[in-house]
Design a protein around this ligand. Structure first.
Ligand code: AHR
Ligand code: AHR
Length: 481
């Protein structure tokens, strides 16, 4: 059985079922998600390998070979048509044209399920999916349940990495107009024990960890790589649960009365569905989604325990974030451009500015050093790497507003993530492309001889599709010095 078969047996059927990794019903053979290709904007649907099975990641890999792909639709497997698509502007604009949010890179969150490769939805700040015209999702004070399987190590403190029920207008329409799973370290509203991240319930104008609007110490910080998060609500009552999606059972972090401030009892749910954003399209948060559902009715603890067992049996596991030629920690490297204009140019820096410069053995040693980099373990994620300037030990390549800079760490988690890059097989078929860990749709690119992390066809001039594949492909060789 799949999670939604279990919810059906419990009398609380799925009314939305979203996953890019697997079918959530044992009989499901339809499309899980759609990807759109950077080269020509063609789309294709990715289905499970077999009924009830894991997504056909190889079909995505072959469709997206030598270009980039984004996840454009996450289909609803429940049959109600509650698909998630690119979130539109609301109270806040997204970063794209007309205020739309970013779409997620299609290969940003590789995992395995029972040994088979699949891709989750790695969502950078600015990324969001939404459906404002749903069918069967709870409204008003109606009962519902929901779970999501998330990456418990990918989060931030911004508003709001959510999955669940929100406003149909994408605007804040008041307390009690949302009921969604939140995951992250926001301290703007509620908090739990320790320093987070926490699973909380976003009920609009508040992330709730328990009955109070502030700290509820029973809501524990999350430490698992794969997280099962649950929020459910019925008249007068709601609950938060969490567990390790790769083993063991769920724990209840809260179960009881609605928040002790006005507007949340009764609830005024509106029935839109959001992923990765707040109800008003607040879009500063980051996180990774693998699967999740929303139900009609308040699921029993026994049903949720069976669903957790089903998730554990799917055997989520990590897999490599890097590919292509080895870029080994401890080595000293140079990056040579592959665009026809520029094959004698290397990534270098002039002060904090990263650029490309023509460098040969006849340059001064200072010039050679400025194009030479030491590979160290990724400051923000040791599955990837960081690049320390050979001429400025203690300073690293990082991106800021998508420009590459050489900076010293400032002690923030943001810096470590901005300085972490995952080398992958070169997009144009040569060498390597150097992907920003926190923005997997963005790669090292030279544009007018300046260094950026660029996305294919994104909003900035340096995102231009022309020459994108070559500008983002580098020959990683030995350092000059
Ligand atoms: O409730 C927290 C957030 O507040 C909601 O997600 C958003 O709509 C509002 O800004
Ligand atoms: O470079 C993109 C983002 O810009 C970085 O992650 C952040 O530091 C800055 O806001």
């Amino acid at each position: 059985a799949g999670p939604c078969d279990i919810y059906s047996s419990g009398g609380t059927p799925c009314v939305a079922a979203h996953s890019t990794t697997r079918a959530l019903y044992s009989a499901f053979t339809g499309s899980l998600y759609e990807v759109i290709r950077g080269a020509d904007n063609a789309t294709t649907n990715i289905a499970p390998l077999s009924a009830g099975g894991v997504a056909d990641a190889a079909a995505q890999d072959s469709f997206c070979a030598r270009t980039t792909c984004l996840i454009s639709i996450i289909y609803d497997q429940s049959g109600r048509g509650n698909h998630l698509t690119q979130a539109p502007p609301g109270g806040f604009n997204g970063p794209l044209v007309n205020g739309y949010d970013y779409l997620a890179a299609a290969d940003g969150a590789p995992v395995t399920l029972n040994g088979q490769k699949a891709y989750g939805v790695f969502m950078s700040p600015g990324t969001g999916y939404r459906n404002d015209a749903t069918s069967g999702i709870a409204t008003g004070d109606e009962a519902e349940g929901m779970y999501a399987v998330l990456d418990g190590t990918h989060y931030n403190g911004a508003c709001c990495y959510d999955y669940g029920n929100a406003e149909v207008s994408a605007h804040d329409t008041g307390n009690g107009h949302m009921e969604a799973i939140y995951f992250g370290t926001s301290t703007s509203w509620g908090t739990g024990a320790g320093s987070g991240p926490w699973v909380m319930a976003d009920m609009e104008n508040g992330l709730f960890s328990g009955v109070t609007t502030g700290n509820d110490a029973a809501d524990l910080s999350i430490t698992w790589r794969f997280l099962t998060a649950i929020v459910k609500g019925e008249p007068g009552t709601w609950a938060i649960k969490a567990g390790n999606a790769a083993s063991g059972a769920l724990s209840t972090y809260y179960s009881g009365a609605r928040p002790d401030v006005s507007g949340y009892n009764p609830m005024s749910k509106e029935g839109a569905i959001i992923l990765g954003i707040g109800g008003d399209n607040s879009n500063g948060a980051q996180g990774t989604f693998y699967e999740g559902v929303m139900t009609s009715g308040y699921p029993s603890d026994a049903t949720e325990a069976s669903v957790q067992a089903n998730i554990v049996a799917a055997k989520y596991a990590t897999t490599s974030l890097v590919s292509g030629p080895a870029v080994s920690v401890g080595s000293a490297v140079s990056f040579r451009a592959t665009t026809a204009c520029c094959t004698t140019r290397y990534i270098a820096h002039t002060g904090a500015t990263v650029n490309t410069q023509v460098v040969t053995a006849s340059n001064t040693s200072a010039e050679q050093l400025s194009a030479s980099w030491t590979v160290v373990a990724g400051l923000g994620n040791s599955a990837c790497v960081s690049f320390e300037a050979r001429d400025t030990p203690g300073s690293y390549i990082r991106h800021y507003a998508f420009a590459l800079l050489v900076n010293a760490p400032d002690g923030t988690k943001q810096f470590t993530e901005d300085a972490t890059f995952c080398p992958v097989a070169g997009i144009n078929g040569e060498g390597s492309s150097i992907r920003a860990w926190g923005y997997p749709s963005h790669y090292f690119r030279h544009y007018d001889d300046i260094g950026y992390v660029a996305s294919n066809g994104g909003p900035a001039a340096f995102d231009a599709p022309a020459l994108f594949n070559n500008d983002t492909t580098w020959i990683v060789g030995a350092a000059f010095a």
